[in-house]
Design a protein around this ligand. Sequence first.
Ligand code: T1G
Length: 675
Amino acid sequence: MSVITTERQGDVLVITSDNPPVNALGAAVRQGLEAGIKEGVADPSIKAMVITCAGRTFFAGADITEFGKPMQEPGLPTLIEMIEAADKPVVAAIHGTALGGGCEVALGCHYRIAVPSAKIGTPEVKLGLLPGAGGTQRIPRIAGVKLALEMTAKGDPIPVKVAQAAGLIDRLAGEDSLLADAIAFAREVADTRPLPIASQKTATPDPDAVAAFKKENARRFRGFDAPAANIACVEKAADGSSFAEGIAFERQEFMKLMMGVQSAAQRHIFFAERQAAKIDDVPADTKLRDIKRVGVIGAGTMGGGISMNFLSAGIPVTIVEMQQDALDRGTGVMRKNYEGSAAKGRIKPEAVDQAMGLLTPTLSLDDLADCDLIIEAVYENMDVKKELFGKLDAIAKPGAILASNTSYLNVDEIASATKRPEDVVGMHFFSPANVMKLLEVVRGAKTAKDVLATVMALGKKIRKVPVVSGVCPGFIGNRMLSQRQIAANEMLMQGATPQQIDKVHVDFGMPMGPFQMSDLAGVDIGWHRDPTRIESIRDALAAEGRWGQKKNAGFYDYDEKRQPSPSPRVAEIIEEFRAKSGNEKRDISDEEIVERTLYPMVNEGAKILAEGMAQRASDIDVVWIYGYGWPVYRGGPMFWANTEGLSKIVAGLEKHGYEVAPLLKEKAEKGERFA
Ligand code: T1G
């Protein structure tokens, strides 16, 4: 059965694509569209054509799985030129998300009609690419330079009403009558001549808009290759060049990006993120438990942030605290966060009360009896957790899921405090929990498969990226992070400075380095609180009250605007420690810092894989992209290791005296890569 079918509706030919799940413009779709257009053009009784898609969406882009493989004709640019050159009007009927190549096909059509709920966009930049089938040349010609910059260099889809106002969409259809309205529209314009052709329009130069756009987004685009290429193509469309010259430039820039490491990394993460949602031994059709109400224990920073995720998804939350003032403080912070988002226009004003209206604060654990999922976010202490889970075991209804937000404690031991370990799972959120996208789902030895499947699906529903981790200290992310922190502290003792080490990480593309991160999280996190016991530089800082940003002093000094500056006092403390430790002070190169902070992370990643604590290497990459700000254009630690070269990493680890993980050594020796 061809993925493309054609059907006559009187004098209108309807060309329908049915290529689930998202009508990706793979070879068969392109070939079918080509045949459909040829059929319509050749048949004298056909006055106009409509291109439409079955299923949940109009074409969501080129088929990304075809990238890097030999291209089958017709290519997308050729197909779109053919549509545009047709001597009868072609109408694109859009629903769902017309993205990338799908948006470009629509712009190659003479007219576009869409349902009000549809979106249109060119997200290629999120794959390290640009719209390579004429999008960078047709969008500015229709909608102007400003919107073209937004659409191409940022990649976020726009609602069709905004697109209509900009001339990208000609008409809105009824939400449930797209095809009928499209056929009527096609019939209405059947005799219109000349046909409106985007490539024949001209774009007005707007150098001020380009300059302002670059300035506004400099920080956002830092490290990425693709945004600048998108901007250059849009500029080309409006600098008086012909359409053909613009297309040639677009193709050249597209191929440069396609061949680059950044796009390979970003495409890797596109699929890795979707792969992470799948659990190898849990069938996709596993029946999920119903989650109608969620209980959260602890209204502190984590408990409040966790609750907001569910409230924002329309799921009622019962939140428990020990003291009334702590409860009031916690719910107050949640309301303030919502009001802040409303003030910034991120949510509608009425959404504040809608969300807070779903919240039930209480001082009694018993009020959790009707919850389908209970998540604890209390103090990180095993005895405290076990005592609490023992109580929950008595309170929670049968079938309720009991989850711990612990960031490193043993979930199996916590589960052993209940008679229902199969209902216990770890749900490790990252601070701020209402913002950070990563959710480490910690699978206990006895965690039931439907509990896992339910939590993974719920994770997606609250707009998180859930990744499964086994039970081990620090799970996937923190376990690898601790290797970096250990190495970073060692190098302080040998002559490096916090600012030097942090700069290497920021230049690498991380949002911040190890010491800036410690200052943000709090130097006192996990500190033994005994100011007389000074066994590390961190102990010395904590003992002096240098707890980080919250104290305007940590590894850095901070001004009233929280701007960090190197601290003479910290330099003294480090010097005292180094002298006491007998370490020789020496120059440490930036290259050595990369080797000693990132290679051990890869090494630990290989151990995590070998132990089965992560299902696949790409899961580790997803953890670091969404939990720790690893630059997406480097694809995550394991993908990066492949580009760095596993043999080089093994050599670097051995040079610095590390025991190399057997899996890493084996792959390096065999010339293999992490999948
Ligand atoms: N190609 C191949 N597979 C795709 C795909 C695509 N474009 N889009 C989605 N899939 C698969 C995906 O891997 C998953 O597979 C399933 O479809 C459902 O996706 C020349 C060069 C459309 C908003 O960047 O943003 O056009 O895991 O889980 O949450 O200029 O998919 O089930 O096996 O994401 O409902 C530009 C990419 C391409 C859009 C739907 N287009 N897709 O989200 O479902 S480059 C994009 C999305 C291009 C031209 C250039 C989202 C979605 P599986 P899903 P969803």
